[in-house]
Design a protein around this ligand. Sequence first.
Ligand code: GUN
Length: 296
Amino acid sequence: MTATVIDGKAFAAKVRAEVAAHVARLKEEHGITPGLAVVLVGEDPASEVYVRNKGVQTVEVGMASFEHKLPATTSEADLLALIGRLNADPKVHGILVQLPLPSHLNSELVINTIDPAKDADGFHISNVGLLGTGQKSMVPCTPLGCLMMLRDHHGSLSGMNAVVVGRSNIVGKPMAQLLLGDSCTVTIAHSRTKDLAAVCRGADILVAAVGRPEMITGDMVKPGATVIDVGINRIERDGKVKLVGDVHYASAAAVAGAITPVPGGVGPMTIACLLANTLTACCRANGLPEPKGLTA
Ligand code: GUN
């Protein structure tokens, strides 16, 4: 079997087009422009690239982009004061503080200072609790993107066996909650799981989010399963730097029914979902109906 390739790049473009159409209607019918504020502390080159891409795509869908670049030496008090101002600013509907933060800043405190209704990342403890109890919340972007691709590919996920490999707060745990919300039977596995291969082979849906290059190999995949690869790992091979996922693509694609590539799979969906979340937050803030198909 050769797997169907789930094209995240094309799917993300479709999501952005839907967001842009909704934003245009909000402007025309209500005079409202959704706004996303992104806060970057320090000069981590990878984070600077992410933040630039976010700014460009925010403007492309017709939203207002507010970028706040602060020096690495910024005090916690100053950062919390900025978040307070963004919380109070009616032009700002979504707030994202780029992680990781410099080590002298308490990330949990910073994230939990964001107004939960403006928490575009879905990392605030209130949103974590709401998602965990099946209530309306802001949902972390990467798992939301994975869910959208799975729903698009399968229609209903009800009754499917889903295995999530990885237990991070940003991907693994919220991914498991979302799959449970769609009535999957969910297992969270991780690097210490006994006989991980056997656990993975039970999966109709296998989500790899462990951060270990090419750890999930074809022999761990059930024939016909859908494999979602969240990993983005830079490795050196044949003297060149290469981007690979947490899944060994060639061997897994030979067994799976469908698979996301790296690059071009889950990656592009993350920013698309950030824009979708900002739109959702804006609609909720204004008491307007939420966009269909762009939320959990
Ligand atoms: N750094 C890497 N990915 C992310 C993300 O999704 N959100 C935030 N805030 N920081 C990140």
